[in-house]
Design a protein around this ligand. Structure first.
Ligand code: FA5
Length: 333
C-alpha cells in the first residue's frame, strides 16, 4: 500500500493530482485509515505491530506528499511566470496619432514670433457687429468698400466677421497705448474657388506707440518672414489700399522655394515674389474713433492669411482641401 502511494505521489504532476492522491491514500476512507480504524478489533498481540507499521507508513506518505507539494509548487510557479512573461523587446502596437493642421503650424510659428517680440495675443468674436467690422474701420454705411468683402450678413446688424481687423478696434477701446497685439482667428466671406474658402484664418497684428513708422512695419514683417520662411527670404512693399490704413501696402516675400529665379517653380511660377499680406499705417481716423490721439501716437497694422501661406509652403494647389476634413489629406502633415 505504501509503495503504491509513494509511486502515485511521484507520478502526480500538479497540485490537483497531489490532492487526489492525498484523499486516496490518507483521506477518511483511505485503505490505510480503514486499517487504523480496525486496529482495536485485532488481537492485542497484533495491535502493536499493525499500529507501528501503519503509523510509519502514514508518516512516510505524509513526508513524501509534503516534498512533492513543494516541488510541484515551484514548477507550477515557473510555468506560470513563463506563460505570463512580457517580452519588452517586442515592437509595440502602433497607436494612431494626430498631427497639427497645416494652417495651425503657420499660425503657431507666426504667433510664437510675435510673442517673442513682446506682443500679446488678443481675440475677438466671430459674430461681429457691423460697427466693429466696418464703421469703426473707416468704412461707413453705404461705402462701396463694404461690397468688396462678400459679407455673410446675420440678423440685427450682425455679420460673420470678414477679417480680424475688428479686434484692432476692440483692443484700442479696452486699453491705453502702447499696444502690441497679434490676433489669430477664423473669418468668413462668401467665396469659394481654389484660393478662396468661405471660412479661412487670418492673423491680425497691431502696434500703436509714440513714433512708429513704416520702417518699423517693414522691419518687423521682414523679421517675421525670415522666421517662418528662412533666413534668405527678402521682402518688398507694394502700395495698396485698405480703408483703415494710410498709406496701405501689400508685402511680398521672395520665393523661398526656388530663391526667386526658377521660371518652372510651382510656388511663385517664375514671378519671383509671393504676396503675403495687407498692411499699413493705422489711419488717424481709426485712432481717433478708438479714443487715441493721432497727434501723439502712430501705429501700424497688418493682416495675413495663414491658409494661403500653408498652401505655398506645402505646395497644395487647392485651399478647399484644407477644410474638408478628409483624413487622406490631413494625415500627410
Ligand atoms: C484684409 O482682410 C485686411 N483686413 C488686411 C489688413 C489688416 C490690411 C490690417 C491692413 C491692415 P484682404 O481682404 O486682402 O485684407 O485679406 C487678407 C488676407 O486674407 C489675404 O491676403 C488672403 O491671404 C486671406 N484671404 C482673404 N480672403 C480669403 C478667402 N476667401 N480664403 C482664404 N484666404 C483669404
Amino acid at each position: 500500500l505504501k509503495t503504491e502511494a509513494l509511486s502515485a505521489l511521484a507520478d502526480a504532476g500538479t497540485t490537483k493530482d497531489l490532492e487526489s492522491a492525498r484523499v486516496r491514500y490518507l483521506g477518511r476512507s483511505a485503505d490505510l485509515t480503514e486499517i487504523k480504524k480496525g486496529i482495536r478489533d485485532l488481537p492485542p498481540d497484533d495491535r502493536k505491530a499493525v499500529g507501528g507499521a501503519s503509523n510509519r507508513a502514514t508518516k512516510e506518505i505524509e513526508a513524501a506528499l509534503a516534498e512533492r507539494l513543494a516541488e510541484v509548487a515551484v514548477s507550477e510557479r515557473e510555468e506560470r511566470l513563463r506563460a505570463e512573461a512580457v517580452d519588452v523587446t517586442l515592437p509595440g502596437v502602433p497607436y494612431p496619432k494626430g498631427s497639427l493642421h497645416p494652417s495651425l503650424r503657420i499660425i503657431d510659428e507666426v504667433v510664437d514670433f510675435f510673442v517673442g517680440l513682446g506682443y500679446r495675443v488678443a481675440e475677438g468674436p466671430e459674430v461681429e457687429t457691423d460697427y466693429y467690422n466696418f464703421t469703426a474701420l473707416n468704412i461707413p454705411p453705404g461705402h462701396p468698400a463694404r461690397g468688396m468683402q462678400d459679407t455673410f450678413f446675420l440678423d440685427d446688424g450682425l455679420v460673420l466677421r470678414t477679417h480680424t481687423s475688428p479686434v484692432q478696434v476692440r483692443t484700442m477701446l479696452s486699453q491705453e497705448p502702447p499696444v502690441y497685439i497679434v490676433c489669430p482667428g477664423r473669418t468668413y466671406r462668401r467665396d469659394s474657388d481654389p484660393t478662396h474658402t468661405p471660412m479661412f484664418n487670418q492673423i491680425e497684428g497691431l502696434a500703436v506707440d509714440k513714433g512708429l513708422t513704416l520702417g518699423d512695419l517693414k522691419g518687423t514683417l521682414a523679421a517675421m518672414a525670415r522666421h517662418v520662411f528662412g533666413e534668405d527670404v527678402k521682402v518688398r512693399l507694394r502700395p495698396s489700399y485698405f480703408q483703415f490704413v494710410e498709406p496701405g501696402v501689400e508685402l511680398d516675400v521672395s520665393c523661398f522655394v526656388c530663391g526667386g529665379s526658377d521660371p518652372n517653380c510651382k510656388v511663385c511660377k517664375g514671378a519671383g515674389w509671393i504676396e503675403m499680406l495687407g498692411a499699413g499705417m493705422v489711419d488717424p481716423a481709426v485712432l481717433s474713433e478708438a479714443g487715441y490721439d493721432p497727434e501723439e501716437y502712430t501705429g501700424f497694422a497688418f493682416g495675413m492669411g495663414p491658409d494661403r501661406m500653408a498652401m505655398v509652403r506645402y505646395g497644395i494647389p487647392d485651399l478647399r482641401l484644407f477644410f474638408e476634413g478628409d483624413l487622406r489629406f490631413l494625415q500627410q502633415f
